[in-house]
Ligand binder design. Sequence first.
Ligand SMILES: [Zn+2]
Length: 390
Amino acid sequence: MPEQCPVCESASTAAFFELKNMPVLIGTLWETAEEAKNTQTGDLRLLFCADCGFIWNEVFDASRMAYSATYENSLHFSSVFQDYTADIVSRLVDSYDIRGKDIIDIGCGKGDFIAMLAEYGDNRGVGFDPTYVGDRIDGPVAERLRFVRDLFSEKYADLRADLLTSRFVFEHVEQPVEFLHLILRGLGDDADALIYFEVPNVRLILEDLSVWDIIYEHCSYFGPESLSAAFARAGLGIYDIRETYGRQFVSIEARRGAADSRPGPWGDLAQLTGLVARFEAEFGRRIETWHDRFETLRRDGRRVVAWGAGAKAVGFLNMLELGDAELPVVVDINPHKQGTFLGGTGQRVIAPEALVEYRPDAIILMNPVYKAEIARQVADLGLAVEFIGA
Ligand SMILES: [Zn+2]
């Protein structure tokens, strides 16, 4: 019996990727290498729906996930990401005239995004996040912001909203259409808030064979095809879908009761189907290539570190089973991550300045988008290294 697609209910679904024993909490900071290495693991079995393009982990077990306030997933410390976010803020505020209005942000993290929206458009905002720890927003904008340490639901239907945003939440949701219905109920029956969602773009993962972007915490994987399918199913009219940030993300702008801005379909389902087939065939080869590369580096006695202690690094190191003997440390510019340890393989996270002590010969860039920024920092430290893109 094929599994039914959680987005479009089609039975044209098939498994194409399996992986055992991946750390379930990618963003969790561990205080000791011991704790990091003993972190809980889970399995992945990804299914693809040939009718809407949705990809999901069929053996995902939400009970393994326990988000806590130590969950540190803020990309906010990179200036590249900050510029990108500022562009989204000005575009949303300017094109939809979100000024002096009310905004709700679902999964607000530390509140960076909603603070920027409130600041730029002189708006009021309520951020929802069960892991919210409020200590980073200051200035006059703080008075127009409120944070709720809870999941958004119909409990909050008395709140009004002209714009509802949610960045990097939908990929953690097992039942996407139900989640959208929950949000619409939370907004109230007659609400017509503009809805803005942003998620990792599975098309790029498949095209680039970037297998490290497949992580346990993400039970759902969207491209333009499935994102539009889920929103359409929930009765939302789609204004725009964009592949952004070097195509790493895909965003959607939609509104209940609105007409689609153009006739569908969004994306290219036939091409996506081909990418899934290729990914299935190439995954093993990709892992082998990296094992060979590390073997060569080891034989040549070259010291290797990684840069970027995010989800990609945890996926990369665990899929390649690279312990702290093969790769001792991972660099990250986020001071909240420094001094902690990566789940599963147990590498210590260090500040860029500490590289002077390690004198690496090569740095694996977990996210090549930041190459120019990283190369500049490394040059400033007086280090000459080879950069390898992950
Ligand atoms: Zn489907």
